[in-house]
Design a protein around this ligand. Structure first.
Ligand code: GDP
Length: 304
């Protein structure tokens, strides 16, 4: 929880101070107040549709409850924001992990530079500290240095990395990794993939092939396809998500670098626009800077 708090400080500082400033300037809730609030929410990247919905709901509540003063309006904003977020989907943020003794395969997708490798390392650490054995598969055979970088994380966390040489067929790496994981009785295999987005057809083909190998070797796998998105890229992250959603069956989002942006509202925009749960958020570069995403804790944290 402390991590969550410090990780969100940029968004909190910017958003909270702006709302508090509004409340101080407008003692009564009127049209001008709503208009400025709308602006503050948009600046935090909450997303146009969500902002419109929120303002509408707030207007309605204010009228119904005959609220005149802006005093304590922050609590009402939080409450309605959480309601809107939760309304967008009931699906759980829990990982679909198989019972112990059965192999779970998690596939990671995302564009280069978003923090995919770091997130894989953090998740491996998290699962390992929960008592699961973990193995990594270096499926990004395209980007120079990707394999070594994954190995560095493997060493840091203390998990084995299955790899081949740069330029080799990612599907072959997956095949090897699945068999190694089965042979060693590993609980969770986390697979990296190449993050090329320039050519959507190639991306689709590669992910299809990798998926096919994995599902052939392990029934119902991959059990999760997690998309890493960089929170600091704002609306660009939404565009990437749309592309990956079309290319493969994304089951969850990991929003990285949330600590690096004041526009943390992007979490809400992504959830509401894509209808894919945000399962984890990245709040720093260290091993334990990956947190499960809890909307309530997040939104209330903004004003805490
Ligand atoms: P990849 O190309 O997608 O595999 O990205 P990397 O894992 O190499 O990460 C790119 C950079 O982002 C590195 O410098 C990471 O330390 C940094 N990074 C990754 N996740 C986070 C995060 O949650 N917060 C911060 N502040 N930096 C992060």
């Amino acid at each position: 929880t402390e991590k969550f708090k410090t990780g969100l400080s940029k968004t909190r500082d910017s958003f909270t101070s702006k709302v508090n400033d509004l409340v101080a300037r407008y003692r009564t809730v009127d049209e001008d107040f709503f208009e400025e609030l709308e602006e503050v929410l948009l600046q935090a990247d909450v997303g146009f549709e969500t902002v419109m919905e929120l303002i509408e709901v707030l207007r309605y509540e204010v009228q119904k409850k005959n609220i005149k003063s802006t005093d304590g309006i922050q609590a009402l904003i939080s409450e309605k924001l959480v309601e809107i977020y939760e309304k967008a989907g009931e699906d759980s943020i829990e990982l679909n992990l198989q019972p112990k003794g059965e192999l779970t395969v998690i596939l990671f997708v995302g564009v280069n530079g978003v923090g995919k490798t770091t997130t894989i390392g953090k998740l491996a650490h998290r699962l390992k500290s929960e008592g699961r054995s973990v193995m990594l598969a270096a499926g990004d055979t395209f980007r120079a240095g990707a394999i070594d970088q994954l190995q560095v994380w493997g060493d840091r966390v203390g998990v084995e990395v299955i790899k081949q040489s740069e330029g080799s067929d990612p599907a072959a790496v997956m095949y090897d990794a699945v068999h190694a994981a089965k042979n060693r009785g590993v609980d969770v295999l986390i697979c990296d993939t190449a993050g090329r987005l320039q050519n959507k057809v190639n991306l689709m083909k590669e992910l299809e092939k990798v998926n096919r190998i994995i599902s052939r070797e392990v029934p119902n796998a991959p059990h999760e396809v997690l998309l890493a998105l960089d929170a600091t890229t704002g609306q660009n992250a939404l565009v990437q998500a749309q592309t990956f959603k079309e290319a493969t069956n994304v089951t969850g989002i990991v929003l990285t670098k949330l600590d690096g942006t004041a526009k943390g509202g992007i979490v809400i925009a992504i959830r509401n626009k894509l209808h894919i749960p945000v399962k984890f958020v990245g709040l720093g570069e260290q091993m334990d800077d990956l947190q499960p995403f809890d909307a309530e804790r997040y939104v209330y944290g903004l004003f805490a």
